[in-house]
Design a protein. Structure first.
Length: 307
């Protein structure tokens, strides 16, 4: 498993956070509306075809394909509510973070900030606008955001365990423009809402199945909902015992499972996630004020037992 942003390696972080979060596992199950299966896995027999120029502009739905170390994605999309499908067709974990350039910032200035590998430098010239969080090879994540007109970049803030160089520094950065005409899409109907604070999550009990999750940032800093699948179990009792054990679950089994990339204070978005029974974690790896300890290190993690 790889890491996101400038934090410690995820497996080490997860091992510590599991111990801290084990007492915060959700309680009784709560019914949720049924949804079609989430697109969290791509067919090995029928890999997605490359995106052609004729399909590059969509009023309400956009496909992004991520590989080492580039994106195949539209150069122009409609403003308003847009659903993005991130498909990881590479061999490493990838995400698609959207950043809207601040007024007067040129593409070259933004790219120079990315090359510093410092989150505070990037946030000085751009504003987080959400995106699809990290998924492993062969997986996908659907997210929906209300996109304001302007100039944007998408980039991958993931680094490998053996190579600490961020994928964005390796060139996994792509500009795109959000412009008229505006999408006429309507907001997804959420099954549940997760609220992000400085530095915690407020989340309801989550039951197994495909769920549309609305994520709202009520904090004063940018936050993300990175989903990590810690362990799977068809028997809820197994997960319950593991969650409440004095020993942390084995972090080597943890895998990224999508979620919402970093959004600015006051922002929101929707993610469709196929929650399998077992232990999951919500965690934010954004550095405090852009350069300090990760929000995870400040307590922004939540261990969840999905039954």
């Amino acid at each position: 498993m790889t890491r996101i942003l400038q934090g410690p390696r995820v497996r080490l972080v997860v091992a510590v956070l599991l111990l801290a979060a084990a007492t915060r596992v959700g309680g009784a199950a709560r019914p949720a509306n049924a949804r079609p299966p989430a697109p969290d896995a791509l067919s090995a027999d029928a890999p997605p075809a490359p995106i052609h120029e004729s399909a590059r502009v969509s009023a309400s739905r956009v496909t992004i394909q991520a590989r080492e170390y580039a994106y195949d994605a539209p150069s122009t999309i409609s403003s308003g509510l847009v659903t993005f499908t991130l498909q990881n067709v590479g061999t490493d974990d990838h995400l698609a973070q959207f950043l809207k350039l601040n007024d007067g910032v040129t593409d070259d200035r933004f790219r120079a900030a990315v090359q510093t590998a410092r989150v505070d430098e990037v946030l000085a010239v751009s504003t987080p606008a959400g995106g699809a969080n990290a998924v492993p090879p062969g997986s996908a994540q659907d997210v929906t955001f209300d996109m304001a007109a302007g100039n944007y970049f998408m980039l991958c803030y993931v680094a490998g365990e053996d190579d600490p160089t961020l994928h964005a520094v390796k060139g996994m950065v792509r500009p795109f423009q959000v412009a008229a005409p505006s999408s006429e899409a309507t907001a997804p109907v959420a099954d549940l809402t997760v609220t992000m604070h400085d530095f915690s999550y407020t989340a309801p009990t989550i039951t197994a199945g495909a769920r549309t999750v609305q994520v709202v940032n009520r904090g004063a800093q940018p936050h993300a909902m990175t989903l990590v699948r810690v362990s799977d179990s068809s028997d809820p009792a197994d997960g319950s015992r593991e969650a409440r054990s004095s020993n942390a679950p084995d972090p080597t089994r943890a895998t990224f499972a999508g979620g919402i990339a970093v959004i600015a204070p006051g922002g929101s978005g929707w993610a469709t996630v196929n929650f399998t029974p077992g232990l999951w974690m919500m965690v934010c790896f954004v550095p405090d004020n852009g350069s300090g300890p990760t929000h995870a290190a400040l307590g922004m993690s939540e261990l969840i037992l999905v039954e």
